[in-house]
Ligand binder design. Structure first.
Ligand SMILES: Nc1ncnc2c1ncn2[C@@H]1O[C@H](COP(=O)(O)OP(=O)(O)OP(=O)(O)O)[C@@H](O)[C@H]1O
Ligand SMILES: [Mg+2]
Length: 424
């Protein structure tokens, strides 16, 4: 987006200023720089940042850095030509300010915005550019730093087998690719605001916020919404399935629960997503015993003791079987978000999203009308079948008939599906 000279000078100036001004934080560095100089052990970018020829080649694909550097009078090689630094800071500062893309570049870089706001007449704001800058929690490196630390602790490795950690930069699911009803949208927005105004909420003592229970049949977008929130809120997400942390020796289960919640507190800010939340409740009804009660109590207590406002952990639990949960479990959540099967309009909207990249002409409204009781995931499966069937005939352009046929096949298969005894 920016020309090489600007990016190179910008990088060097950012390094120079970050090295000097202790007040600047690692979150003030732009993402590419942070990734290049990230120290996995220290979980930060250590000072001083030293820029090498190699860095420039890796970051900006600059072929002949030596040539470029010679054209800029304020840059100089050091240490036998392997590192580069700025000789006259003021010249570099003025050069960027005069560059035609200079102001845009400074606005995209909180370290520079900080410097120019204080020392120059340019109209830039540190606060504003910081808001647009991606925080470190978005990156895999951040999660890996924490994971490597935890992995080194006693039982750390076992713990990491129970939890699946994803970071925003790895998540493809976006909110706008999900069809949500107004309640669901409101809930997502409420959490965005709660995180944004966390300090305020803390100050006024409003701590009971940030525990959500997603309730709904399979394939209605619970997991997808939790992941999309991770991407949207720029928070890593820790996913656990309650069945996975329920040990055959139930005594271990309570311990596992505590360890998972501790991990979430260590990874903060983050989302802790507990799937199959009914799992322990389900076990309880079939075989009541003291160890199981302890496990359930450990879970309830852990939920009580975690807070978005205090620990910066957003808790989301999901269940397909809300009827299995007792009032003690329900009470712990400050919001219940319903994920019903999509109605006709929602089905049409979901279909439109799923087929948006597929060539052909379709009438999603007609398909929506014949897919009562289909979940979002069922609709995805229908389209996948249609695509595969067309591929069998070497076609990549689909027709409405392909979709209708796939619905027919899906209905046949659903009718054949094994129905478990307690659902009959
Ligand atoms: N409302 C929706 N809008 C768009 N896509 C949807 C919607 N609901 C489900 N899907 C799609 O269906 C697939 C499965 O959804 P997801 O895994 O989020 O469901 P779930 O509610 O977590 O199901 P389960 O209870 O079985 O875990 C995803 O690929 C998702 O994109
Ligand atoms: Mg799910």
């Amino acid at each position: 987006m920016y020309d090489n000279n600007l990016e190179m000078t910008g990088l060097l100036l950012t390094a120079e200023i970050y090295n000097k001004i202790e007040e600047l934080q690692v979150d003030d560095l732009f993402a590419d720089l942070r990734k290049q100089y990230w120290d996995i052990k220290e979980k930060t970018v250590k000072r001083p940042i030293v820029v090498t020829i190699n860095d420039l080649q890796e970051l900006y694909d600059i072929k002949d850095p030596d040539k470029v550097i010679k054209t800029l009078p304020f840059l100089e090689f050091e240490e036998f030509g392997s590192t580069i630094r700025i000789t006259v800071l003021d010249l570099a500062v003025k050069w960027i300010a005069k560059h035609e893309q200079g102001i845009d570049y400074i606005k995209s870089n909180p370290v520079l915005a900080y410097y120019y706001e204080k020392n120059h007449s340019l109209d830039v704001s540190y606060e504003e550019s910081k808001q647009d800058n991606e925080p470190k929690e978005v990156s895999r490196q951040w999660a890996d730093s924490l994971i490597s630390q935890i992995g080194n602790q006693k039982d750390g490795e076992d713990l990491l087998k129970l939890v699946h950690v994803m970071v925003p930069e790895e998540i493809d699911q976006t909110i706008d690719k999900l069809v949500l009803n107004q309640d669901q949208k409101d809930e997502v927005n409420k959490m965005i605001k709660a995180i944004q105004f966390r300090d305020y909420l803390k100050r006024i003592g409003l701590l009971e916020i940030g525990k959500l229970l997603f309730v709904g049949p399979p394939g209605t977008g619970k997991t997808s919404t939790a992941r999309a929130m991770s991407a949207k809120l720029e928070l890593p997400i820790l996913e656990v399935k309650l069945s996975m942390i329920t040990d055959q020796y139930l005594g271990e289960t309570a311990k596992n629960i505590d360890r998972v919640f501790d991990l979430a507190k260590k990874m903060n800010p983050c989302i802790l997503f507990i799937d199959e939340f009914d799992f322990l409740a389900k076990t309880r009804s079939s075989d009541e015993n003291a160890a199981l009660k302890r496990a359930v109590n450990a879970l309830l207590k852990a939920i009580d003791e975690i807070s978005l406002i205090k620990h910066r952990v957003l808790l989301i639990a999901a269940t397909n079987h809300p009827q299995l949960l007792d009032s003690a479990a329900w009470r712990r959540f400050d919001d219940i978000v319903d994920f019903p099967l999509p109605d006709t309009n929602m089905r049409e909207a979901i279909l439109k999203i799923v087929i948006s990249e597929i060539e052909g002409s379709f009438d999603p409204e007609e398909i929506a009308a014949i897919t009562d009781d289909y979940s979002g995931s069922d609709l995805r499966m229908v389209v996948r079948e249609a695509v595969l069937n067309a591929l069998m005939e070497e076609r990549t352009i689909l027709t409405q008939d392909d979709l209708i046929r796939a619905v027919g096949e899906f209905d046949k298969r659903t009718a054949l599906k094994y129905v478990p005894i307690d659902n009959r």
